[in-house]
Design a protein around this ligand. Sequence first.
Ligand code: CUA
Length: 329
Amino acid sequence: MAAHVDALFIFLLIVTGMMALLVFALVIFFAARFRHRPGVRAEQIEGSHALELTWSIIPLGVFMVIFIWGAVVYFKERTPPTDATEVYVVAKQWMWKVEHAEGQREINELHVPVGRDVKLIMTSQDVIHSFFIPAFRIKQDVLPGRYTVEWFRATKPGTYHLFCAEYCGTQHSGMVGDIVVMEPAQYEAWINGTSTGPLSASGEKIFAELGCSTCHRSDVQGRGPNLQGVYGRPVQLADGRTVTADENYLRECILDPGSKRLKGFQPIMPTFQGLVSEEQVNALVAYIKSISDAQPAMGEKTSAGSRLPQPLNDNERANAQPMEPGLKK
Ligand code: CUA
């Protein structure tokens, strides 16, 4: 993205530079051309539609170019590629905790392969921090109570600075780390050498331990919605709104289930605020994403429908036999 931002910035410099030159040149020219001469009186000119239209329409065109160009670059920059590797980041006073989809945990370090899109899904345990990698030219505030996202594709192996760029207390200046960009083969070795199992698998375990699976059943409709295939889809809420079931929506449903309840379900889900840590919420979100075909989990690129269960339509739901209680898929 850096090249696009540079191009726009250089365009702005050239346009504003040329305008500044034009203004200065005209000031000097008019000062000389219309200088005071003895015996000559200035002539008053009243209006010129042609002139006014010209100096309105030309700038409008220039500004529209800047606006559209800027908007295109902005939307591209703010939209992570859908096949990006996902990494969860939890900030706290005063460290960065990182968890890979494959299950690796790191503190104040992030290992990534060169040439791959990496999407960071970030939240904070306490105050506002900011995840800043100057060499990659990305910076994004990390807030308590919600996810923010940034992404990058490292182009050169090496070790790069990570800074916290939001004053967050006495040790703010020490809240630093390293981004280690590795060759793909090296990265594979690293990821295999340190893995503790995929994040979505720990999420599945937590899902069972907290008893989520008793209501959110994967066969027919339980007391809670079937979560298979829900990620990334529009869902209808009880209050009539339709929202996209993205990471922030899933997180909100776990921590504050009443706020955006699905249409057709009773408000019986308890809140898990305070019962689950940020890391556990991340694992749960990763698990729910892994059982949706909208975005296959890292490392298992299944084509839709081949292995992942599909959400049932109403007809299938009515005909499906409930599984025996206690029986897991
Ligand atoms: Cu965290 Cu400054």
